[in-house]
Design a protein around this ligand. Structure first.
Ligand SMILES: Cc1cc2nc3c(=O)[nH]c(=O)nc-3n(C[C@H](O)[C@H](O)[C@H](O)COP(=O)(O)OP(=O)(O)OC[C@H]3O[C@@H](n4cnc5c(N)ncnc54)[C@H](O)[C@@H]3O)c2cc1C
Length: 390
């Protein structure tokens, strides 16, 4: 359904540019300008702060639509929405520490997500970067962040590092640094097989400074239900799941169109849409995807409504991301299979969707960590075996 923020004509223009960005390995500059103009970057900012006031559940539907038009644009813009959603989540729980994100997003700043580090599978719970205190409550960040989507365009980077200076042990420090404040090197090194327009380049922090009012957390390493960390976990997993679901839906739409026009000589020129095997496989893809929508909607609504899911919150958030990305990968493959060899050429949209959808397996939570979390939730930790003798 078209909305004011993402009218159909805007989506059409965004869709029409996606192949060229992909081919040229170019950033989606024109898309971003139009999305900013339409108010899309303020979508989740509360109305009283100048935004459109979308809930997380409403945002999932918008991101599905955008991803269906241009996966890489949607994935990269997702990182901005994640921070706005985090600030919204924290504010809804009575904490104004992230309100500046909402105010700055309303004013046109573009937020990027500078979290991932090479070989760091602690993800949100520990960092190999350093956060060095400035003595006045602020911190300077030193370290290398990888895969920073929106690299050519972001103006604010949400990041974290470890403060080892105190006598209270290491702490994770989360803050927001401006691009024009110095201490930031953005490498022009993105050349991936898919999601090419996201331009998720390496970001080297060499003392990027966040003053005290831009430091939002100093917390011990390790899993926590702190509302800020919960907000990242929830917003990231749910909005990411939405992006990959949008890709899968688009793949089905393209495949439906293709099998209606692809003809079978063996069947007197009848459309492949008449072939029982093709019909079954496409239906199978649609049935798989059909199960993902209610899961995303329900879990997003529960975040909006502050439902307490207890210890299963984080495993269930990981599960929605993993199910959506794995289903999307499978659905796109089925769409490719029913569409035949024409989908294998580079100019075919399905070929691009096939490359783009693969990125879903790399984002946290990955398949290994979600299975570990669920196994621990059900079985507890692995016990020492044989038991140590007393
Ligand atoms: C399209 C796309 C967009 C993304 N956007 C963002 C974003 O905006 N912000 C963000 O924070 N994250 C982003 N990510 C990162 C993503 O969420 C994962 O963290 C990332 O894919 C790394 O996953 P990994 O742990 O499997 O990779 P790793 O195994 O950690 O590999 C990543 C890189 O680190 C190197 N490496 C691995 N281990 C070591 C080691 N021990 N020492 C040195 N180098 C090592 C690898 O060679 C590789 O180059 C994005 C990922 C993708 C695919």
């Amino acid at each position: 359904m078209a909305t004011d923020l993402l009218p159909d004509d805007l989506l059409d223009r965004i869709r029409s540019r996606a192949a060229d960005y992909d081919r040229a390995n170019a950033f989606f500059t024109e898309d971003l300008a139009e999305l900013a103009e339409s108010g899309y970057l303020r979508a989740m900012v509360p109305t009283e702060l100048g935004g459109a006031g979308l809930t997380l559940e409403q945002m999932t539907r918008e991101q599905m639509r955008l991803a269906g038009a241009a996966p890489a644009t949607a994935l990269a813009v997702n990182m901005h929405h994640v921070w706005v959603s985090v600030a919204r989540t924290v504010r809804a729980r009575g904490d104004g520490s992230c309100d500046f994100i909402l105010e700055e997003a309303a004013a046109g700043e573009v937020f990027a997500f500078g979290v991932s580090e090479a070989g760091n599978d602690l993800v949100l719970f520990g960092s190999g970067s350093d956060a060095v205190p400035d003595g006045a409550g602020g911190y300077s960040f030193h370290g290398t962040k990888i895969f920073t989507s929106l690299s050519p365009a972001w103006t604010r980077l949400g990041t974290f590092g470890t403060d080892s200076s105190g006598d209270d042990g290491p702490h994770n420090v989360w803050g927001f640094v401006p691009r024009d404040g110095g201490g930031v090197e953005v490498r022009d090194d993105w050349d991936a097989m898919g999601m090419r327009a996201s331009q998720s380049c390496t970001t080297v922090l060499t003392g990027a400074h966040a003053p005290a009012e831009r430091i939002v957390r100093r917390i011990p390493p390790g899993p926590t239900m702190d509302p800020f960390i919960f907000g990242i976990f929830a917003s990231f997993e749910i909005l990411l799941a939405s992006v990959y679901t949008g890709i899968a839906q688009r793949a089905i739409d393209v495949a439906v169109r293709t099998v209606r026009t692809r003809r079978s000589r063996a069947n007197d020129g009848a459309p492949y849409a008449n072939d029982p095997a093709i019909r079954w496989r496409l239906a199978d893809a649609a049935i798989q995807l059909d199960g993902v929508y209610p899961q995303i909607a329900q879990i997003a609504r529960d975040v909006d409504d502050q439902v307490d899911r207890g210890p299963l919150w984080l495993p269930q958030l990981s599960a929605v991301k993993v199910r959506a990305t794995e289903v999307a990968k499978d659905v796109v493959e089925k769409a490719v299979r029913v569409s035949g060899g024409s989908s294998y050429v580079n100019r075919a949209e399905l070929s691009r969707l096939y490359r783009d959808v693969l990125a879903g397996i790399f984002h946290p939570s990955d398949d290994e960590s979600v299975h570990g979390a669920w196994a621990n939730a059900m079985l507890g930790p692995v016990v020492d075996w044989p038991p140590a003798e007393d």
